[in-house]
Design a protein around this ligand. Sequence first.
Ligand code: B12
Ligand code: SF4
Ligand code: SF4
Length: 366
Amino acid sequence: MLQNDLHGIATDHGCIGFGVATAEPFAGLNEEMTERKNSGLAANLAFTYRDPSIASDVRRTYPWAQRLVALAFPYQPEAGRSVSDAGSLRIARFADGDRYAGLRKALAAVAARLSEAGHRAEILSDDSRLVDRAVAVRAGIAWSGKSAMALVPGAGPWVLLGSVATDAILDGGDAMQRSCGTCIECIPACPTGAILDDGIIDVPRCLAHVLQAPGVIPVDLREAVGDRLYGCDDCLTSCPPGRRILETAVPVPGPRIIDILGSTDRELLDRYGHFYLPGRRPRILRRNALVAAGNDRSAHLEPIVIGYAGHPDWLLRAHAAWAIGQFRTGVGLRALEQAIAEERDGRVRVEIHRAKERWTTGAGLR
Ligand code: B12
Ligand code: SF4
Ligand code: SF4
């Protein structure tokens, strides 16, 4: 039977979750997303938020859709555990390599089997036209965690999601009835307090967003950025249903801050071109690494950070000024004084003045 074949294909391709959801619109989701957008909770996210009326109703894209075959693909323990070491950076595990590759293959194999049986089949995963977690929960393969993560028994939050829209009338299960119960571990684990309520994330404060958004990183979030280069896993690592699988993952050292700051754009794109980088420009990686350098404060980083005070890109000069202020050394103070004498960009001047204030308001030299 087709349904069993599809399940078998998904399992053979390493999926931990397989389920079928109806293709009805997700009641109330368009309004919910529009409300989050209007209240600022969704920051200025594009993706699904570009048009929530589409993302909440797959038939706006594929009017023939009857079912969504939902898959959950685990990426632990293969992705390893991040380690925090002086002078180095952490990358969220879903982004350290192409973790979607296995899921894409599984979705393609499911779609191929549906086509072979004479049905229409279109793959949707991390696509602006569908909210993947809503599909996974409706298909009965995940429950919705307080962290907003879709949690799958056996892997917790360490799964990537996708589905195949089809006109085949497959049997659907019920939405998963599990819940987080009394657990609240992800809420205090979030470094910026971005988890507001059951499944509601204050996106402007979520570091996964902050580190991929263009422009200036808000000053009040820079210390919370810590040693992150891209993404944030704290609400995943703190989540008990994912702990057992994470314990079997081996520690993976991250890149050195000095290497990121010392690499050319070409080298950064070769290594990290699979990240979401606005405009495909690696400047946000340098920006993030400057903030991490200011948090790290290892002495060997100060000269390269000071070098960035003269960078042609205003965004990098601005974050370099903040980072220099974090080192609080005499060399740094002199670098800021020289920078303010030459700086014409108002956005950078504000940062330099703020960094210099550290000395005049009593923070003093280290
Ligand atoms: C935009 C986006 C982000 C944004 C905003 C995330 C957010 N929580 O709102 C940012 C950049 C911050 C982000 C971060 C991350 N993301 Co992201 N992201 C997306 C994206 C592209 C769209 C999500 C979206 O539109 N959500 C809208 C909100 C409203 O829905 P939701 O919370 O996702 O789903 C629930 C609601 O829809 C609810 N629902 C359904 N109907 C209704 C009706 C009503 C009335 C209500 C109230 C609710 C409701 O049910 C769903 C399940 O609980 C999806 C891919 C996709 N196309 O779906 C990936 C996705 C959600 N991200 C993913 C990942 C891995 C991450 C990170 C872990 C990455 C990292 N390590 O840095 C973090 C986790 C942060 C977090 N705690 O959520 C995975 C999540 C896998 C999983 N197991 O849940 C997805 C599904 C990508 C994928 N295909 O695998 N992400
Ligand atoms: S990804 Fe990080 S910042 Fe965002 S909600 Fe989870 S713990 Fe908080
Ligand atoms: S940490 Fe606890 S409350 Fe948060 S998502 Fe995981 S199980 Fe749910």
